[in-house]
Design a protein around this ligand. Structure first.
Ligand code: DXP
Ligand SMILES: NCC(=O)COP(=O)(O)O
Length: 251
């Protein structure tokens, strides 16, 4: 088990608010710095093809101005590969992307899209970028990730969080069991295991109990909570929730 579980703060939806007015405020880079001061272990940003939130200049500024690892979420396209190879973030998480979706629906189809994803993984790894694949906790996806020599997988927690939010207790239990089994399988394959999407304080605390998890990436909930208590306090509360989950494992 990894003793600590890192928090990667996703700042996409700070940019969503900024872009609502096509203005300069709020500045996702300034908020990233606040998050780091408050204890964020890294920053995550998703440069979507349609640039609906994070824009190219945000990623450039994050690279220049923050002193924590940047995890760039990106589709496996030539355009994104060129940007990642030019900027060389600490990590790149390859995610599925559909222009018409409201948010990232489901994990990357690493088996069906092997021909598109494998060369991107290879080039990023060769450039010294730590690659993760954002996948569902299915054995085939995890095995394919290992075959592609991706060092990390991020398990998509969206279905579990949806089931929790809609009060579907049985489905939530099944989804959590699936995530737990996926984390064990991924670790056995030698992959570092991350998780994220739709997490809040409670779900982050619960999932932090999975001993294989090394990192959670959380954004939308933190940005929403920050409206009530401020960004630094939100980060502190999230880190405390994750630490409580981890202590339950150690106990
Ligand atoms: C891949 C992922 O889960 C994150 O990028 C997060 O969902 C924020 O981005 P979107 O809301 O645009 O999906
Ligand atoms: N990869 C998941 C992520 O970065 C954050 O997802 P969300 O908390 O914004 O749903």
């Amino acid at each position: 088990m990894t003793d600590i579980i890192r928090l990667g703060v996703n700042i996409d939806h700070v940019a969503t608010v900024r872009n609502a007015r096509d203005a300069l405020h709020p500045d996702p880079v300034a908020i990233a710095k606040l998050a780091i001061e408050a204890g964020a272990d890294g920053i995550t940003a998703h440069l979507r093809e349609d640039r609906r939130h994070i824009r190219d200049e945000d990623v450039e500024r994050l690279m220049a101005e923050i002193d924590r690892p940047l995890n760039l979420e990106m589709a496996a396209t030539d355009e994104m590969l060129a940007i990642a190879l030019r900027l060389k973030p600490h990590a790149a998480c390859i995610v599925p992307e559909k222009r018409e979706e409201r948010t990232t629906e489901g994990g990357l189809d690493v088996v069906g899209q092997k021909a598109q994803v494998a060369p991107v993984v290879k080039e990023l790894v060769a450039a010294g970028i730590r690659v993760s694949l954002f996948v569902e906790p299915h054995d085939e996806a995890l095995e394919q990730a290992a075959l592609m020599d991706a060092p990390v997988v991020e398990l998509h927690t969206g279905s579990w969080c949806e089931a929790l939010a809609s009060g579907e207790t049985e489905r939530a239990k099944r989804e959590l069991d699936r995530l737990a089994a996926g984390a064990i399988r991924a670790a056995k394959l030698g992959l570092e295991v991350h998780a994220g999407h739709g997490l809040d304080y409670d779900s982050a605390e619960t999932i932090s109990r999975l001993p294989e998890l090394a990192e959670l990436n959380i954004g939308h909930y933190l940005v929403g909570e920050a409206l009530a208590v401020g960004f630094p306090e939100t980060i502190r509360l999230m880190k405390a929730a994750m630490a409580r989950g981890r202590r339950r494992v150690a106990a």
